[in-house]
Design a protein around this ligand. Structure first.
Ligand SMILES: *Cc1c(COP(=O)(O)O)cnc(C)c1O
Length: 430
């Protein structure tokens, strides 16, 4: 029945990667709580280690429950291969690992999740990598930031914390001209709202901690490879195009083609960095993804209502939601995320820092947490929390000024969320 049919998103989010368990017929994906897998014989073991046969060896590398999740996200993103990792931040390191080396750099957007700005501006220096941050609305600045040591361009599809929308096709074109991959963090949009690979991205990274799991239970990450980048076109990516000394001289791209990045990420990345997702965590995320499209529809509908209400409230200075016609990013919705601008945005509260602090303390339904993409509505004052370690200039550029709060709109009744904001704003601006 399904032969030759292009299955729809709602079908794939339930069925992709999840055939009935071959051993027991279990309909739901079992949690394979095992560290190792018995080899059929010594020859089988050797074939697995030579990557001549695909199979399970040890759960730091692959595990059937985790593989089911990777395959499902891969299908939803339209990729060639995917690997899951222990967190979104792990996924970012795993995406960069095969591309980078000491002295090399990436060019990244100034509008990123606060933790990513810290990871890229500070922590990756320990590996000898560096990052140049640029405003990705300025295409000339992006071009100018790229040099002969640049190995990737990195942005978020719907960017933290303001819900700004990146012109992914424009960034893909610049990356293409420079002969480097475009990496898109698609966490806030999810593959339901945005398909970076279809828009020209090479790699997609996710914090599965957020909407993909959908209820704030487990941390996880994923890297999806489009399989379309020619790693051998230049001498820039020797880990993929040349014999890899960390895997007995295997030349991944010449040998494995579109699966080169994925196999390198398993055979070298997960093997040696060990940022592995555990099968329990994968199980929670598999459960969450089954309802992704339904939740995202409601997240978007609620975000639109709440953002409109806030924009018309005299206690609010401005709302950054790209779903509002007043947003300078509104015109990108139809090309980048046609099903909606997500459910994450910031608003500036009259009364500045103090009013923001009072607001987060007065809300009853909204939870004050450093998270997003939960079924329940969340709020955070970025300047005093997630973006606290940034300079005032970095805060401003990232949309996390002291008078701004970030809202992650959940799937409750929109009218209840508005009533909660109304009573808290009254207290905050009294
Ligand atoms: C949360 C988040 C991350 C980091 O993911 P973790 O799972 O917390 O490590 C990266 N990017 C974005 C956009 C995020 O929201």
């Amino acid at each position: 029945m399904t032969e030759g049919r292009q299955l729809g998103f709602d079908t794939l989010q339930i069925h992709a990667g999840a055939a009935p368990d071959p051993a027991t017929g279990a309909r739901q994906v079992p949690i394979y709580q095992t560290t190792a897998y018995v080899f059929r014989d010594a020859e089988h073991a050797a074939a697995l280690f030579n990557l001549q046969e695909v199979g399970y060896i040890y759960s730091r590398l692959t595990n059937p429950t985790v593989s089911a999740l990777a395959e499902r996200i891969c299908h939803l993103e339209g990729g060639a291969g995917a690997i899951c990792c222990s967190s979104g931040h792990a996924a970012q390191i795993m995406a960069l690992f095969p591309l980078m080396g000491p002295g090399l750099n990436i060019v990244a957007s100034t509008k990123l999740y606060g933790g990513t700005i810290t990871q890229f501006s500070q922590t990756i220096k320990r590996f000898g990598w560096s990052c140049t941050f640029v405003d990705m609305d300025d295409e000339d600045a992006v071009r100018a930031a790229i040099d002969e040591n640049t190995r990737a361009i990195f942005c978020e599809s719907i960017a933290n914390p303001g819900g700004y929308i990146t012109d992914i096709p424009a960034m893909a074109k610049i990356a293409d001209e420079a002969g480097v991959p475009l990496i898109v963090d698609n966490t806030s949009a999810t593959p339901y709202l945005c398909n970076p690979i279809a828009l020209g991205a090479t790699l997609v990274v996710h914090s599965t901690t957020k909407y993909l799991t959908g209820n704030g239970t487990v941390t996880g990450g994923c890297v999806v490879d489009s399989g379309k980048f020619d790693w051998s076109a230049s001498d820039k990516f020797p880990s993929l195009s040349q014999p890899e000394p960390a895997y007995h001289g295997l030349a991944f791209h010449p040998a494995l083609g579109a699966m080169a990045f994925t196999f390198h990420s398993i055979a070298v990345g997960l093997r040696d960095l060990g940022m592995t997702m555990n099968p329990q965590g994968a199980h929670y995320t598999l459960m969450g993804i089954e309802t992704l499209s339904l939740r995202m529809e409601k997240h978007v509908a609620n975000a639109r209502k709440v953002a409109e209400w806030l924009e018309n409230d005299p206690r609010i200075e401005k709302v950054t939601y790209a779903g509002l016609p007043s947003s300078p990013y509104h015109h990108r919705v139809s090309t980048v995320c046609p099903k909606g601008a997500g459910a994450l945005f910031t608003c500036a509260v009259k009364g500045g820092y103090d009013a923001c602090v009072k607001l987060v303390d007065s809300l009853e339904l909204f939870s004050h947490v450093a998270n997003l993409g939960d079924a329940r509505s969340l709020i955070i004052h970025s300047a005093s929390t997630t973006h606290r370690q940034l300079s005032p200039e970095q805060q401003e550029a990232a949309g996390a000024a002291p008078n701004m709060v970030r809202l992650s709109i959940g799937i409750e009744d929109a009218d209840d969320l508005i009533a909660d904001l109304d009573q808290a704003l009254t207290k905050a601006t009294a």
